[in-house]
Design a protein around this ligand. Structure first.
Ligand SMILES: Cc1cc2nc3c(=O)[nH]c(=O)nc-3n(C[C@H](O)[C@H](O)[C@H](O)COP(=O)(O)OP(=O)(O)OC[C@H]3O[C@@H](n4cnc5c(N)ncnc54)[C@H](O)[C@@H]3O)c2cc1C
Length: 386
């Protein structure tokens, strides 16, 4: 008997779950509230193609390999190595072309094991000294969207440091054409497998029968009527800039003082900007209780320092505050295993980037979606057909 399942949400998690269930022989219907698929992995349509959320994936992860085996990541590009020489670090208020000694001291200790129970600030200060702890915290702003990674679990921050500086560095991959292109390929794959995709179809009540709820955790809380579905996440100002190409802009600016980050995405993929122009995407984690306009002002100050003359060269810009949308953060004493469980019982599963699955940022969405799909397929003899 062919079993049916409903997937709510058409972002990376929902599309992954739909593909995996359909590959396992299930009849799948996917409901997406928005008129287009992709959720936070959407991109603008041009002339500047800017990613809304997901920017890069690390090719050393199992989740990337799952996408890659299906040809969904291709074409993609790695870091343009000749541009890496133009990378800059903000350290003690000044820009430098070389990683400061304090940062190198922290990175060189990457072989150590960090404890789950202790906060990163206390552990790293003891291991490497306060200056190195602060420099590593600043570097980690790019993957935590947290102004004070020192308050997070040491193991959580350290795992991310190890991924970002992995021995097979640089493992970073950029999807050519932006993440919207990957979403289009995932949607095509899902449809090819017979998935019924309904867009503009917000689900207001938990559907009957087996269901994978692949929305944000906030939306899942409402759908499941479970107030306990909560986890920590970051808040950050985002600034996307289309600039006329003039002079030599850096490929990236890592702000070790405040956790900000700027990257020239049109360097690995020139198709993201019109000829003679460059696309930058910048981010700055917000301090506790800091008004969004102040965080944005600090981000513009980083642009002033790292991208000289940008205000005169702007041909496109957008800014936003990302609140609780940048993935899970684990506090001391907690790991991904303590997050809301994927299996909610009675044929209901959760997938997304704030649930109990391993990985970095969007990898958690894919990992949890695969766990949910495999649990559904594994239980096919016991789940009720819709
Ligand atoms: C600024 C920023 C930068 C990021 N950078 C990276 C990065 O570089 N690398 C990385 O791996 N990750 C990154 N992330 C995280 C990554 O974007 C997310 O983890 C991932 O896209 C989440 O996918 P998802 O499918 O779990 O959730 P979403 O993308 O939020 O998808 C959920 C979908 O469910 C739909 N939905 C919600 N409620 C309903 C309902 N009631 N009925 C029907 N549909 C519903 C929504 O419309 C949405 O399309 C970044 C995120 C942000 C915000």
């Amino acid at each position: 008997m062919t079993l049916s399942i409903t997937v709510v949400g058409g972002g990376l998690a929902g599309l992954t779950a739909a593909i995996a269930c359909a590959e396992g022989g299930a009849r799948v219907t996917l409901h997406e509230a928005h008129h287009t698929l992709g959720g936070r992995a959407r991109s603008t349509t041009g002339p500047y193609v800017a990613n809304d959320g997901t920017h890069v994936f690390y090719s050393d992860g199992e989740r990337y390999r799952w996408l890659d085996r299906r040809g969904l990541t291709r074409p993609s590009a790695g870091i343009p190595l000749r541009k890496l020489a133009t990378a800059r670090f903000r350290h003690r208020g000044a820009l430098t072309g070389r990683p400061p000694r304090a940062l190198v001291r922290g990175i060189m200790g990457r072989g150590r094991t960090a404890p789950v129970e202790q906060d990163f600030g206390t552990w790293a200060t003891r291991e490497f000294g306060e200056e190195a702890m602060r420099a590593v915290s600043g570097l980690m702003g790019v993957v935590t969207y947290e102004a004070d990674p020192g308050r997070l679990s040491a193991a959580f921050v350290w795992e991310r440091l190890r991924r970002v500086t992995a021995p097979r560095y640089p493992a970073v991959r950029y999807v050519i054409g932006g993440w919207g292109a990957l979403v289009d390929r995932m949607a095509a794959r899902a449809r090819e497998l017979g998935v019924r995709v309904e867009t503009g179809a917000r689900v207001d009540r938990l559907p009957e029968g087996p269901v994978i709820v692949a929305t944000s955790l906030d939306a899942a809380r409402g759908l499941l009527g479970d107030d306990g579905l909560r986890w920590e996440s970051g808040r950050a100002a985002l600034l996307d800039l289309g600039l006329r190409a003039e002079g030599r802009d850096p490929f990236l600016v890592s702000d070790l003082d405040e956790g900000g980050f700027a990257e020239q995405y049109s360097a690995p993929d020139p198709s993201l900007a019109p000829a003679g122009h460059r696309l930058f995407q910048l981010q700055m984690p917000a301090r506790r209780e800091e008004p969004g306009r102040d965080t944005l002002a600090r981000l513009e100050a980083l642009a002033d320092l790292g991208l000289p003359g940008w205000r005169e060269r702007v041909t496109w810009r957008r800014d936003a505050i990302a609140h609780h949308r940048t993935g899970a953060l684990d506090l001391p004493g907690r790991t991904w295993r303590d997050r809301p469980a994927v299996d909610r019982g009675e044929g209901v599963w959760l997938a997304g980037d704030m649930v109990a699955a391993p990985g970095l940022l969007g990898e958690v969405s894919i990992a949890s979606a695969l766990t949910a799909a495999h649990a559904f397929l594994g239980r096919r003899s016991t789940v009720r057909a819709a």
